[in-house]
Design a binder for this molecule. Structure first.
Ligand code: HEC
Length: 143
């Protein structure tokens, strides 16, 4: 009697754990279903799927200056953190712009020694042309 009761308990426990597994499997599939449409409709120019994805897919691999700015430069250049010249701040940019674009491109690529402006603004996966485009975007928006 006790032996069969024991095996019943074991059976019950086994059945319960199978049920629990089935539930999580079901939930997992539901989650996959829920996230699937987002992945499949996230195309270039679609802002609903977040800035980073839009950045990654815009204009055939090369990101626009604005996209790079938003992803890698904005943190400092929209707030003025550490003395960063703010985007659109004509006064802050006038003297810098008078140095010439090439100097500013160089600052974007190599940073400004001894300041918070680190090489590439810290964007290590940004191509040279993307950094240059971001500098141009900042300059064009700040004069
Ligand atoms: C961690 C903060 C930070 C980030 C991120 C950052 N910058 Fe800067 N940036 C600065 C600071 C601070 C300065 C001012 C340096 C100085 O004193 O001349 C600056 C200055 C500049 C200048 C002007 C340099 C000059 O020669 O006058 C350019 C151009 C520039 N940043 C481009 C960029 C670009 C492009 C990005 C993104 C790819 C970027 N920055 C990201 C902090 C930052």
């Amino acid at each position: 009697m006790t032996k069969s009761l024991k095996s019943l308990v074991i059976l019950l426990a086994a059945a319960l754990s199978v049920a629990a597994f089935a539930k999580t499997e079901e939930q997992r599939e539901a989650i996959i279903e829920r996230i699937k449409p987002h992945g499949s409709v996230c195309v270039a120019g679609d802002t609903s799927c977040g800035a980073m994805t839009a950045v990654a897919t815009s204009s055939g691999g090369v990101r626009s200056g604005e996209a790079v700015y938003n992803a890698a430069c904005m943190a400092c250049h929209s707030t003025g953190a550490g003395g960063a010249p703010k985007l659109g701040d004509v006064v802050a940019w006038t003297n810098r712009i008078s140095k010439g674009r090439e100097v500013l491109h160089d600052s974007g690529l190599n940073g400004v020694a001894g300041t918070g402006m680190i090489a590439r603004g810290g964007c290590m996966n940004c191509a040279d042309e993307e950094i240059i485009a971001a500098v141009d975007y900042m300059v064009d928006s700040s004069q």
